[in-house]
Design a protein around this ligand. Sequence first.
Ligand code: NAP
Length: 251
Amino acid sequence: MAISFSLEGKAALVTGANTGIGQAIAVALAEAGADVALAGRSEPTETLALIAATGRKAVNIKADLSSIEPVGRVIDEAVAGLGKVDILVNNAGIIRRDDLLQFSEEDWDAVMDTNLKTLFFLSQAAAKGMVERGGGKIVNIASLLTFQGGIRVPSYAAAKSGVGGVTKAMANELAAKGVQVNAIAPGYISTNNTAALQGDETRNRQILERIPTGRWGDPKDIAGAAVFLASPASDYVTGHVLAVDGGWLAR
Ligand code: NAP
């Protein structure tokens, strides 16, 4: 049997795909053959055009994922547009930076709600259809802070560590039902999310000194791992957090 990385005939839902890592993943899934629904609060004009250029179908679902309120509607609209959801990529995420001693409850809740609570309940909603159809793939975007504590980002470290835990929890319950749940832990990737770090000369130098590959990652560096984890080639991979980090964790 030939190993297949093809997503021909599959329907994917990607959150936060107007920019950065989500955009690169959505376009790569389309290039691999999937139709793609995009869920987010900003208009994903560029991503829609890039998917259209691949010849695949793209559906836009407007949703603010800072609470779980739109979760049911997002799945309903994805199914209405594409017929089903075979692949869910939980990419939408935010970061709040502040000194530990003054870190606010608002900055704690905002990051936990968007990065962890919505990720779980959207996965739960998508998994119901996947289980009914006997298969599916959930790919969560974790972080190096799934493994490390970071500096001045306690809610982000907590949420992304939680993403690692809930990935394994979901994988354990869904494996026998044909659904694989994995996560990707991106290293330092050049996006809006890391613009402040890249702009800080000292931190930028410290970061680059530690990355064996010697450069910031590009969003496209994450897309190959996402296609693998969405494809039949990864059918025996579940509950795994795959670091795509230029070697950062190997140091
Ligand atoms: P980004 O360019 O800031 O993209 C984040 C995406 O999430 C945007 O599409 C954003 O939409 C969306 N989003 C945020 N809050 C949302 C909400 N309430 N409702 C709907 N969509 C929302 O950052 P990125 O670096 O590509 O981040 C993507 C994911 O990778 C995040 O989970 C992030 O934590 C993770 N990650 C990034 C890095 C890195 O080095 N860049 C490293 C590890 C993990 P808006 O444009 O509307 O804000």
